[in-house]
Ligand binder design. Structure first.
Ligand SMILES: Nc1ncnc2c1ncn2[C@@H]1O[C@H](COP(=O)(O)OP(=O)(O)OP(=O)(O)O)[C@@H](O)[C@H]1O
Ligand SMILES: [Mg+2]
Length: 255
């Protein structure tokens, strides 16, 4: 697969002088077109910082990022972003929130109506499109946010702990929706999670990041067939990957 995102010598230091915080890097890494890669690392190791740098919302202190062959030097529009706290605006309905992402990019929502319907169906929100965010459960809000991140058909999705606040059952359900959508549309997904099992279940590769300043400790290929439902978690291969990852974090004293 061709490279979609390339990090060369990417480093981030916040502030300067004695107050400076070396948050991330330097890191060299390539992310392939269409892969699902998870970033797994302890709190404060620079995962969100890296996501913001890839999106062009934060400068690198050193090094460069290229996206689809072009250097990232400002906010990128061909990206879908989802954070732990969703970005739904309260004064628009679910449908209105999703359409807003199109409007912002100069795309006529009427032209994409069939797409939006399909997306809503795929996350089981078709009957709630006329509701406002406060009328939805937390899990439903995250599903709507997911549609927001997908609707403009971005080639790249940056998902920063999008499921972090959800209960275990909802989380499992959204995971499987996410996996199905990824298999169908094949965007490149960069997924941040604190859950070792979640990372292994969803990803083609898992990048294990060290404590701050975050560097890539190891990239683990997850060679299990998709789709992976919860049963995969009892397979020997899956358990082996969990152990390998835990071992790294144990050596760092993180767990
Ligand atoms: N805007 C900022 N100004 C100063 N320091 C920052 C800023 N953003 C992040 N940091 C620091 O950079 C380090 C990495 O933060 P970051 O949010 O990227 O971590 P993370 O890996 O996403 O952590 P978590 O898993 O808790 O979300 C932290 O020490 C944090 O305090
Ligand atoms: Mg973070």
């Amino acid at each position: 697969m061709p490279t979609l995102i390339e990090l060369s010598g990417v480093k981030k230091v916040f502030g300067s002088g004695p107050e400076a915080v070396h948050a991330f890097g330097p890191v060299d890494m390539t992310i392939e077109d269409g892969e699902f890669i998870s970033l797994l690392g302890p709190s404060g190791c620079g995962k969100s910082t890296l996501m913001l740098m890839i999106a062009g919302l934060l400068d690198t202190t050193e090094g460069a990022i290229t996206l689809a062959g072009r250097r990232v030097a400002g906010p990128q529009t061909d990206i879908g972003i989802m954070f732990q706290d969703n970005t739904l605006v309260p004064w628009r309905t679910v449908r209105g929130n999703i359409d807003l992402q199109l409007e912002m990019r100069g795309i006529d929502p009427a032209e994409r109506a069939a797409d939006v319907e399909e997306l809503l169906r795929s996350v089981h929100l078709e009957d709630f499109q006329a509701r406002y965010p406060h009328e939805l459960s937390g899990g439903m809000q995250q599903r709507a946010a997911f549609c927001q991140a997908m609707v403009h058909r971005p080639k790249t999705m940056l998902l920063d702990e999008p499921l972090g606040k959800l209960d275990a059952m909802t989380r499992e359900n959204i995971r499987s929706d996410l996996q199905a959508l990824w298999m169908q549309k094949r965007p490149t997904v960069v997924f941040v999670t604190h859950s070792i099992e979640e990372a292994i279940q969803l990803s083609s590769r898992v990048a294990v990041i060290t404590p701050r300043p975050g560097r890539i400790e190891r990239i683990i290929d997850i060679d299990l067939p998709f789709p992976r439902d919860f049963e995969v978690k009892s397979s020997a291969a899956f358990i082996g990957h969990v152990r390998e990852t835990q071992e790294i974090f144990r050596n760092y004293g993180v767990i």
